[in-house]
Every structure is written in C-alpha cells, then in structure tokens.
Write a protein that binds this ligand. Sequence first.
Ligand SMILES: NC(=O)c1ccc[n+]([C@@H]2O[C@H](COP(=O)([O-])OP(=O)(O)OC[C@H]3O[C@@H](n4cnc5c(N)ncnc54)[C@H](O)[C@@H]3O)[C@@H](O)[C@H]2O)c1
Length: 298
Amino acid sequence: MASKTTPAFRIAIIGVGQVGTAAAYSIILASLATELLIVDLDRELRDTEQQYEQLLTRKRAKVNIVVITAGSKYNRGETAVQHTYKKISIVRSIVEEMKPFRSDTILLVVANPVDLLTFFAYELSGLPASQVLGSGTFLDSLRVRNLLAQKIKIAPASIDLYTVGLHGDSQIVAWSDATIGGMPMSKVFGANASECEDATNEGMKRLETMIRVKGSTPLGIGAAVSSICSSITSDQRNIRPICYMQPEWGCCFSMPAVLGRAGVVKKIDMALDSTEKMALEQSVKELKATIENVSQNQ
Ligand SMILES: NC(=O)c1ccc[n+]([C@@H]2O[C@H](COP(=O)([O-])OP(=O)(O)OC[C@H]3O[C@@H](n4cnc5c(N)ncnc54)[C@H](O)[C@@H]3O)[C@@H](O)[C@H]2O)c1
C-alpha cells in the first residue's frame, strides 16, 4: 500500500468483522499505512492465509498502531456479566498475542464496552498510559456537533462541543464548555442557547434510538478510527475526545486530548458544571465497581 506518511508505518487491525472491515477500508483510502495487517480468528476474514503464523510472528513486533475491533456476539443464555468477561478475555488474548510491542506502539481499542476494555488493555499491555487509547466518544462528539450545526446553521468546524465520559447511555454532552467561534454558546445565542441545547439533545436521543434499531453502523466508526490513526501517523496534534487513562479517577473514559505520534500528548481539562460532574461521578463509580469485580475474580 502506498504511503503519504512516515516510511514503514504498520497498522494492525485485530478483528475484521463489520467495524474492522470499515476501519481497514478508511485507512486504505487515506493511505495511512505502508502495511496493514489484518488479523481475525476467522480464517476466511484474515490476512494472507499462507504462512499466516510466520507473518504475524515476524511483523507484530514492528506494528505502530494496533486497532482492536475484535468482539463477540451474545450466545443464547449468556448473561451480561459472562459476556463482559468474554470480551475482556478476548482483549487479554490479543494483547498477549501481540507482545512484545515496540516501545512507541499505540493501542487503539474500539470494541465495546470501550472504556472498560481500554482500562484492561492498558493494564495488560505494560505500555505507558498515553499510548493506550479507546475510540470512546469521538464519533458521538461528531454526531452531536453536526446536529447542533444543522440547528443553528453554522458550520460544524466553527463549533467546539464534546461528548465526554463513558461511551454509551451515560455519556455527557459538555454544554457548559461549548463554544462557537471561540465564544460561549450563551454569549452567541443569549436566552436561546438552552433551546438549542434541548433540541440537540433531543436529536441525539432520536439518533441513538435509530442506530439501536438499525443495528451496527460500521462506516461512521470506521471513519473515526481512520481519523484517529491519521492524527497519530502525521503527528497532527489536533484535539480529539477519546478514551484514555484518567489517573485522578483511576479508570479510562473520554475527555478531549491533544493527539499526536506519541498518543495523548496533552490532556485537556474541561471545566464541567456541577450537573455534568455529578453525572460523570455516577457513571465512573459504576465503571470502577465493574473493574473491581473483574479484578477480584481473575
Ligand atoms: N466504539 C464504537 O463507537 C463502536 C461502534 C460500533 C461497534 N463497536 C464495537 O466494535 C466491536 C466489533 O463490532 P463488529 O460489528 O465488527 O462485530 P463483528 O462480530 O462483526 O466482528 C468481530 C470480529 O472479531 C473477531 N474476533 C473475535 N475474537 C477475536 C480474537 N481473539 N482475535 C481476532 N479476531 C477476533 C471475530 O471473528 C469477528 O470477525 C464490538 O465490540 C462493537 O460493540 C464500537
């Protein structure tokens, strides 16, 4: 594959189902890697079948970005807890299989529950926290920003609005920090600012329901993965709401960060208001309880 970036930049995608395939397609279109290593348990889906093991052994220690999209579907009769354990064990086996990592390898977890799995990927990998990322709320942030842009008829690029916290139902749209052209929403829209927020929140809920009913939406997350990889390969230093270790909370969740070749180059601290902070505390408490349970039962 041709490269516009650094020489010999290798990306591995582990798990080539719907999301892994969409991510691979976006990465190829953007010419982000000199080599793309496609890995799946399913022999039909993965890279060069011949001498596959030798290929993996030879190349894995040279991979710059490892994207984990491997997941499992619910089996009949399986409980949510059993399913979570299964997903953690998939991440564990992948991390062990891909070791030894280069000292500058970036791990990018996309599989859900992304915040929990990013935490275990970090713990198991031995890599610095700045190099273990999850796709987190990046795609959610783009979606909510687009909805607001449609509502206020201003280009999305002129809006800074992030969805933070845990990816999923408890994620928080950080309205208190939203700016338009560098100005707080309330300054631009006065009393109408909260109307814009309500309408956008409503739109986001409708969109989430639609996505849930429709099932998987791999193209969006595939493009988001490619965009994150591009920030890394080209050391773009753009601000992205992604999942990474939050040492003061003792777990991983999404907050904006400056993203570059070394992963999280700088953490951006957001001044959430008290309601947003309370919501974050509640969801983090639940995440940490799950981490504790899993850790005790290992
Ligand atoms: N973060 C997000 O925004 C987001 C969005 C959509 C989907 N997802 C998540 O991405 C994951 C994948 O979704 P999907 O629709 O592609 O699922 P899928 O079932 O289509 O694909 C999963 C693939 O992983 C492979 N796999 C399982 N264990 C493996 C292992 N140990 N090594 C290598 N490959 C392995 C399976 O063979 C399968 O091909 C899910 O966890 C899903 O929840 C995340």
